[in-house]
Design a protein around this ligand. Structure first.
Ligand SMILES: Nc1ncnc2c1ncn2[C@@H]1O[C@H](COP(=O)(O)OP(=O)(O)O)[C@@H](O)[C@H]1O
Ligand SMILES: [Mg+2]
Length: 153
């Protein structure tokens, strides 16, 4: 299952994250792909809002991971950019398919930790404030989730 959405402003990207949030369950893994400035962290902010997390989501780049516990389910936001395939054992595996939903920026840098089933979201900058968000399901659970996202428009 695939799904594509074009957004014209960052608020629309957040709104999409917010729409997706109610569909997440504990253990879900979401890979966020796209260049720097594509909108991965912005999208995560929308998911946080949809989980009723009132804390502002900031880029975890310098922390590798930020945890938000005050919403419907925990949100784990990983940014693997600075790990760059160094294979450092810092216990991230505990949070991937853990007790919350886990969103991962630069997942290719922690490839070995990525499970078989996940939702993949690729964000492309189409110039200016325009972005294309492509959703791709890996596994039945995420097929169903994308189908619901389409309905929830
Ligand atoms: N349609 C859009 N969707 C998301 N972000 C947008 C959009 N248009 C402009 N932006 C801007 O692009 C930047 C995205 O930054 P960020 O979410 O931190 O990207 P990433 O985490 O992918 O590096 C922000 O400055 C945001 O305001
Ligand atoms: Mg980011």
């Amino acid at each position: 299952m695939e799904y594509e959405v074009i957004t014209e402003r960052k608020e629309e990207t957040k709104e999409l994250g917010k729409r997706l949030a109610p569909l997440f369950e504990r253990g879900d893994v979401v890979l966020l792909k796209g260049d720097l400035g594509a909108g991965k962290t912005t999208f995560t902010g929308g998911v946080a809002e949809g989980l009723s997390i009132d804390e502002k989501v900031i880029s975890p780049t310098f922390n590798i991971m930020k945890c938000y516990f005050k919403g419907r389910i925990p949100l784990y936001h990983i940014d693997a950019y600075r790990l760059e395939n160094q294979n450092i054992e810092i216990g991230l595996d505990e949070y991937i398919e853990g007790d919350g939903v886990c969103l991962i920026e630069w997942p290719m840098y922690i490839e070995k930790l990525i499970p078989d089933d996940y939702l993949e979201i690729t964000i492309n900058n189409l110039g200016g404030d325009k972005r294309r968000l492509a959703f791709e399901a890996h596994g039945d659970r995420f097929d169903a989730l994308i189908a619901k996202l389409k309905e929830a428009k």
